[in-house]
Design a protein around this ligand. Structure first.
Ligand code: SAM
Ligand code: SF4
Length: 446
């Protein structure tokens, strides 16, 4: 029987990484990278390079990025990226050579860089870091206006296997409401250029819950995306966060509860539409065309592998510490952090981060698997941690079952039910540790 619980708000926190960056703190003393990486496995590392530049600042966006780059800034940024890459490569050492299994350029908007600058970025990945970009999956984020034919040609030639285009909406009025000035015709032209470039995987990002969006305008965007038969589609619920353009607008059209309800409706419509048009669901946000070519290591979500992040908005993960540079949302602070990054000579130490102890590692493993459709393998969890997830999280898992958010009938795996998946952003925060929760609450957003 389903027990009675107070309703949980469905949109609390998008858990794409645990612990969240707002739980990181300045490290004192600052650990040397060589010590951090000394005992780490390095056979299947991920390389992430962050480009914190965009043409515009979209109203919903709280990513670490700035508008435009004054003369010379991109060159100085790439110089700093090279210095950082050299320091990290030296810290990884030559004794047990690092091997990168995946690479990604994220942002911001990596395609804000011009073709020659993208060549430089790829050179840093290959020549300094030793990543064999043509042999591994390489994913690149792009916006419509910056996805130009010459930049895409460079990326295709250097081995990009996936381009993710931020479309958000095919309805011009919705793009304006999200403070994302773009016209549908320009979006369609960018999609044409990406297909012409022959990069194997196209992902389209769409947002639901934008002011003024209706069931039929949402359907219009979904159908417009489907016409391109993208290998992947991400459906994002709109979040309006502090210090963003939309966050500063006082006049939100609906009450929070109505808005939650609307987003839940659009989610279910979007999910069902894609499921009946040849897509399978991978997580609450991600859908993949069932006949899309396999992506190899890109598909796997290995729980223990390390990530090397380069650039001032990038995180790096070792098994014991997650670290990055400082983080901010407001324009002034973002600019100051980028300027300080480009002036940095010594990249040998981690500045800001959060230790991952045994308890946090369990939470991270659980969150990374449970919020995927394929769920968590009890056996894998037991193998790694010596006991089952029910022994570590009895209270939370009991409540999920009582709410009807766990799928029945699979004793080997813990899986969310369809309704559980719809509430992924409410479920994730339930597994945050008290310490991470407190750090996130006390974080002073700048
Ligand atoms: C790095 S951006 C994509 C690349 C590129 N900068 C662009 O915007 O075209 C990542 C994606 O996250 C989604 N996103 C970011 N902030 C969001 C928010 N507040 N609510 C919903 N989706 C959001 C958007 O769909 C966006 O395309
Ligand atoms: S959504 Fe993309 S283009 Fe818009 S500000 Fe954020 S990173 Fe830049």
């Amino acid at each position: 029987m389903t027990a009675v619980h107070t309703p949980l708000r469905p949109y609390r926190n998008y858990v794409y990484a645990y612990p969240h960056k707002t739980a990181y703190r300045p490290l004192a003393p600052r650990p040397a990278l060589a010590d951090l990486w000394k005992d780490e496995a390095r056979q299947t590392l991920s390389l992430y390079m962050h480009i914190p530049f965009c043409e515009v600042r979209c109203g919903f966006c709280n990513l670490f990025t700035r508008i435009g780059a004054p003369d010379g800034l991109i060159g100085r940024y790439l110089d700093a990226l090279t210095r950082q890459a050299r320091a990290v490569r030296a810290a990884l050492g030559d004794e047990r050579p690092a091997r990168f299994a995946t690479a990604a350029f994220g942002g911001g908007t990596p395609t804000y860089l011009e073709a020659a600058e993208l060549e430089r970025l790829c050179d840093i990945a290959e020549l300094v870091m030793g990543a064999d970009l043509r042999a591994i999956p390489l994913s690149v984020e792009a916006s419509p206006a910056t996805a130009t034919a010459d930049r895409l040609a460079v990326l295709a030639a250097r081995g990009a296997t996936r381009v993710s285009l931020g479309v958000q909406s095919f309805v011009d009025a919705e793009a304006r409401a999200a403070v994302r000035p773009q016209r549908r015709a320009d979006v369609e032209a960018a999609l044409g250029r990406i297909r012409e470039a022959g990069i194997p995987v196209l992902n389209i990002d769409l947002i639901y819950g934008i002011m003024g969006q209706t069931a039929s305008s949402w359907r219009l965007s979904l159908d417009a995306a489907l016409r391109w038969r993208p290998e992947e589609i991400y459906l994002y619920p709109l979040y309006v966060r502090p210090l963003t353009g939309l966050g500063r607008q006082a006049d939100h059209a609906f009450s929070e509860r109505d808005w939650d309800e609307q987003r839940l409706c659009r989610y279910r419509e979007g999910r069902d539409h894609l499921l009946t048009h040849g897509y399978e669901q991978v997580s609450m946000r991600m859908f993949r065309r069932t006949d899309a070519p396999p992506q190899g290591p890109d598909d796997y979500a290995c729980q223990t592998d390390g990530m090397v992040g380069l650039g001032c908005g990038a995180r790096s993960y070792t098994s014991r510490l997650h670290y990055s540079f400082d983080y901010a949302v407001s324009m002034r602070e973002v600019r100051a952090i980028i300027d300080s990054y480009t002036a940095t000579i010594d990249f040998d130490h981690a500045l800001v981060g959060r230790a991952i102890n045994a308890d946090e590692a369990r939470r991270r493993h659980l969150l990374q698997s449970l919020l995927q459709v394929q769920g968590l393998s009890n056996a894998e969890y037991r193998l790694r941690f010596g006991c089952g997830p029910h022994e570590d999280f009895p209270g939370q898992l009991r409540v999920l079952a009582e709410r009807g958010w766990l799928a029945d009938g699979d004793t080997d795996r813990l899986r969310l039910s369809p309704e559980g998946l719809a509430y992924s952003d409410a479920i994730g925060p339930e597994f945050f540790s008290p310490a991470v929760r407190a750090a996130m609450t006390n974080y002073e957003l700048r």
